[in-house]
Design a protein. Structure first.
Length: 311
């Protein structure tokens, strides 16, 4: 069976847009430009923006369209090197020590060298990303970096600048070819400048109404065009309000798909009230919008759409 050949990286911004489109991702040109430069110059791409705007999806699309392995490190408070980079298989090391003691066939120095060899090294996503792959360097997704703490950020600096990991007992492991690195943050806290300097940066904003309709057409093609336009108009209006958590694109898609399942061809006040839980994730926000406020927003959306159609 022939070895898979690495898929070529896009050769231009337009080719990058085509690549994303081929993965059913509707992107604007500024995002495609940032991604193209990161791929071309082999730099990590740091994507920041509100939750649900499609940051994580970019890494998934790159993996699928380029045919590369996706390695995902989901960040959380307290994440450390043992979970993110490597750890030693202590149970196997103890068994090896006891076996050596029982048989007496190895001296202390040989045993010590063997215990910290590759066969006892448990590789986590960051270390796996530095290994060669027949399909080409993998896509490394470091997701929701803002959930970790500053010591872990500091640990990432060596990896993101030199694409290497230093293991005291083992040595330095360096990537023959840098992985494609995508970092995301929902900006629940600021990321340190030292890390940002090692990356290209792009803010992923909420889409315009026109682009959000394009996204619905790609991701939820079953939705009637009139329903899709009303959904987008309603969601865009909500984002202009002072809510605890405005709905992202992910919630727009969830809502549209839920309405399709309910056989809705257009929005109605009753169905909005019944389905707000798929769009808004906090009870205070739901209570504020339900009822007369939802009816008011819907009436405004329908009036604006009617005026646009009449032009």
């Amino acid at each position: 069976m022939p070895n898979p050949r690495p898929a070529p990286l896009p050769a231009s911004v337009d080719a990058t847009l085509d690549l994303l489109t081929g993965g059913s991702y509707v992107a604007d040109r500024s995002l495609a430009t940032s991604l193209y430069l990161a791929l071309k110059l082999r730099r990590p791409l740091f994507l920041e923006g509100e939750a649900g705007v499609g940051k994580t999806e970019i890494a998934k699309v790159l993996s699928a369209t380029l045919g590369r392995k996706l390695l995902r490190l989901q960040c959380y408070e307290g994440l450390d090197a043992a979970a993110a980079v490597y750890e030693w298989n202590y149970a196997r090391q103890m068994m090896e020590i006891r076996l050596a003691e029982a048989t007496g066939d190895r001296d202390r120095d040989a045993l010590s060298a063997d215990l910290f060899s590759d066969r006892f090294l448990v590789k986590r996503p960051l270390l796996q990303a530095l290994e060669p792959d027949l399909a080409g360097p993998p896509v490394l997704l470091i997701d929701e970096l803002d959930r970790t703490d500053e010591p872990f950020e500091a640990y990432l600096l060596e990896i993101l600048s030199d694409f290497q990991v230093s293991i005291p007992e083992y040595g330095t492991i360096r990537a023959a070819e840098p992985p494609i690195v995508i970092l995301t943050s929902n900006r629940t806290r600021e990321i340190h400048d030292a890390l940002k300097r090692r990356c290209f940066y792009h803010w992923v904003d909420y889409p315009s109404a026109a682009r959000e309709r394009e996204i619905l057409a790609v991701k939820a093609p079953q939705a009637d065009a009139r329903l899709a336009a009303q959904v987008v108009g309603f969601v865009q209006s909500l984002r202009g309000m002072d809510l605890y958590k405005a709905p992202g694109v992910a919630e727009t898609l969830d809502w549209a798909q839920a309405l399709v399942e309910l056989n809705q061809l257009e929005l109605e006040p009753t169905v909005i009230n019944d389905t707000l839980g798929t769009l808004l994730k906090y009870q205070d926000d739901i209570a504020r919008i339900q009822g007369s406020e939802a009816a008011r927003i819907l009436a405004q959306v329908k009036t604006e759409l009617a005026a646009t159609t009449a032009r």
